[in-house]
Structure formats: C-alpha cells, structure tokens
Ligand binder design. Structure first.
Ligand code: PLP
Length: 430
C-alpha cells in the first residue's frame, strides 16, 4: 500500500487532527476493554502500545475502578503531610517488590516530577550538581527534566545548556547503530562503561551527583544494555561516590518481566523513579524510591517532597489495586507470553529487509527500520512530522490491522508494548 493510500484509508475513519501535526490523523478513542480500545465509529483496535506504556492492567479493569471509587467515598483527599493508610499501604507494597536497597517512597504526580525530585535529592545528598544521562534518553518535559532528556526534540537549546542545568550526556551502550566499535556484547559493555568513566573524570567526579538512566531504554527504542554494563556502572558509581538512579517510568511494575527493569540487570540502584504502570495510568501518580541511607539523610537534614497532589489517595488506591492485579496473574502472563511475542517479532526481522533490528525485553519491543543491508535509518532521525514512512506503517497497522503501535522517538522504528493481559492470539494479530 502506498503512503497516500494509507493516508486516505486513515482519513475514511472518524479521526481528529493530531495535536501537533494537523496532517496526521488521530483516532477518537471512546472506550476500552482488556487490551482493546474502540473508536467513535465502533472500530475496535488492539492497543499494541498500552497508550504509551501506561494501561498495563488493561482497560475497564474492575478491581482498579472499584478500589478508586471506594477511596473516593472514604477519603478523596488527605494532604501529603498527613498520614493516610492507603498511601502507607501502597508504599509498603512498592518496597516489597523493589530491590532490597530501597528504604522509602516519596510520591509525586508525574514521571517528570519524580525525576526532578530524584535529582533534587541526589544534589542534596551528595552536595554535587551534575547529572549524567544517556544520549537519546527521555526523562520528561518539565524545565529540569527536559534538560536531562538526551534528545533534541523535547528540549530547547536553553534547557539543554549544561552550564546552567548541570545535565551532561554520555553515549549509550547501543548494540545496533552503535557509537562504539565492538565485536562482542562483552566488548561493547566494556567500551561503553569506559566511556562513562571518561565522562565522569572529564567532568570532575566531585561535581557529579548522579547517573540517571532507564534500565531498558523506553521511547528511544527498547535498547537493552549488553551483559555486565550496569554492573560496571554500579562499580563506577561506588568508586566515584556517585548515585545511580533508575528511571523506571516505563519499565517499573512488570513491563520487562520483573517488577522493576533494573532487577533484570541484577543491580541495586540508589533511587528508582516510577509512574505510568504504578497505577496502570488509572490516576496520575508517580513515586521516587530511595535507599535507606538517602531516606535517613532526608529525614534528618533534607527538604521533603511535598506537592499538593503527590500521593493522592485515589491514585494510591489505584496503585494498590494495580499491584494486586499484576501479582494475581498479569506479571506471570508477561513472563509466559513474552517469549512468543519475541519469537513472532523476530520473524519480521527475517522476513523483511527493511526491518533491520528487533530488540527489547518482556513486553517492551522496538522494530528498527533501516535501508536494506545497512543500519542506516529509513528516515533521517532528525526530521519529525514530515512525510515519514514509519508513521505510514503505524497508520497502516491501525487502518488495516486494527492495531495501534507507535513510532518511537526518533521516529525510525515501530514500538510494541502491549497491556499485560495480551494473549497468544493477540500476538499473532500483532
Ligand atoms: N521517564 C521516562 C522513561 C518516560 O518514558 C517518561 C514519559 O514518557 C517520563 C520520564 C516522563 O513522565 P511523565 O510524562 O509522566 O512526566
């Protein structure tokens, strides 16, 4: 199907203009159940990307809805400086699932704010200013986090000015389109970690507060690190007294087959930030989990995190219910269905020259589109919202496959990150 035909087919459905690209139609989603959503015309789609890695427990989840309604009746709001039993129970449930190093939870409203809080804590705790992040990472849209975000599309030149924000990027351990010349994953881990050490020493170890990194890259394309890389990062952080912060806004709460993405790397971070899957996006809620040492420091000397809507009780009720849903079968489903999802996606790499690379973990996958026989993207990653053939693939999937997928950022790929209730038949549809 040609790109124009796809556009025409898309236009025949009841769509509304894209919020920043009027040429690109958006579906008018009205309803949902399980892994499926329905548009205003009654067309049903498999939501292959969970509304951007959010609705992990699926749509119309009665357990979560009931918990939220019950909380609304009991106590719709209790200010964060006061005790609230639902908030307390959620903290305990989160810490139970988290790596042992985590000792306390602070609540925020969005992933961006959780990351800003983590940076705030890291600077207070270490007395240092700089934060190292991965090139092409995404950490949020606020003033602070858009400077931490290692891509050009979501931050202005001023926000990315390292002199004012203290954010400094390093090259990621990508195995595809790699900035490193390595023959094996072990060599890649070594070279990429040596590079991080170079950046630390070049910046001056005393000036660096933290390394902030997604355990498995999210929007930039489900990149997993080569074995040993995160262990080396942990060692570097210990050597130079730098904190390791895992941004688990996407990977937290089961998306990669463990409760937290960093657990798939066998590394204990100093802080974990989370949002999206925490409540399965039934309510806006985010968290920063900190180590016992940092928690002790914050209690004694630090400035507490206090946003009016941070730890909103209705969000906390949704979080508790979502965790119980993950616990009662959904996480197990990710573990049992993901090998089949991987197998079927990898078939596409063999079947189509243009699918250059398939990578990911659990229910977080990316198909990179490349000019056949090369690792060169089919579209220049610096161009956005033009006549992008990858956008056309996503439109084609929706109009002819009743499937929602997402061209990540950069838009050189198709991302697949379905709700945790996905079945093997759903995998076949994808
Ligand atoms: N960190 C990561 C890894 C994300 O993917 C996102 C959002 O997509 C954020 C942080 C920002 O979260 P929010 O949009 O809730 O502010």
């Amino acid at each position: 199907m040609q790109q124009d035909d796809v556009k025409q087919a898309a236009a025949s459905r009841n769509t509304v203009p894209h919020w920043f690209n009027p040429d690109h139609p958006h579906l008018d989603i009205r309803d949902g159940d399980g892994a499926y959503v329905t548009d205003a015309d009654g067309n049903r789609y498999l939501d292959g990307v969970s509304q951007l890695f959010c609705v992990n427990a699926g749509f119309d989840n009665q357990t979560i809805i009931d918990a939220m309604v019950e909380q609304l009746h009991k106590a719709p709001y209790v200010t964060p400086s006061q005790y609230n039993d639902t908030r307390q129970q959620l903290s305990e449930a989160m810490l139970e699932k988290a790596p042992d190093s985590m000792g306390e939870v602070y609540f925020a409203v969005s992933g961006s704010e959780a990351n800003e809080a983590a940076v705030h804590f890291a600077r207070e705790y270490t007395g240092s200013h700089k934060i190292l992040t991965r090139w092409r990472s995404y950490h949020g849209w606020n003033y602070g986090t858009s400077s931490l975000t290692g891509n050009g599309w979501s931050s202005s030149v001023i926000e990315r000015n390292a002199a004012t924000t203290g954010a400094q990027q390093f090259l990621p351990p990508m195995s595809y389109r790699s900035p490193f010349d390595a023959d094996t994953p072990e060599e890649l881990a070594e070279k990429a970690a040596d590079h991080v050490e170079f950046v630390i020493r070049n910046e001056g170890p005393d000036s660096v507060a933290a390394i902030l990194m997604e355990p498995i890259a999210g929007a930039s394309g489900a990149y997993t690190a080569p074995p040993g890389y995160f262990e080396r990062l942990r060692e570097l952080c210990d050597t130079y007294d730098i904190l390791l912060i895992a941004d688990e806004v996407i990977t937290g709460f089961g998306r990669c087959g463990e409760w937290f993405g960093i657990q798939t790397e066998n590394v204990e971070p100093d802080m974990i930030t989370c949002a999206k899957g925490l409540t399965s996006a039934y309510a806006p809620l985010a968290g920063v989990m900190v180590s016992s040492e940092i928690s002790e420091y914050l209690r004694d000397d630090g400035v507490p995190l206090g946003q009016t809507f941070g730890g909103h009780p209705v969000g906390c009720a949704a979080g508790l219910a979502a965790i119980s849903e993950y616990e009662n079968g959904l996480l197990e489903n990710v573990r049992s269905v993901s090998p089949y999802l991987e197998e079927r996606l990898r078939e596409l790499e063999d079947a189509h020259d243009v699918v250059g690379n398939v990578r990911g973990r659990g229910f977080l996958w990316s198909l990179a589109f490349s000019k056949p026989g090369t690792e060169e993207p089919v579209v220049d990653p610096r161009t956005e919202n033009t006549d992008n053939p990858v956008e056309a693939v996503a439109d084609h999937a929706a109009t002819d496959g009743d499937l929602l997928v997402w061209p990540g950022r950069p838009q050189t790929q198709i991302m697949v990150a379905p709700p945790f209730c996905l079945t093997r038949a759903d995998v076949d549809q994808i």
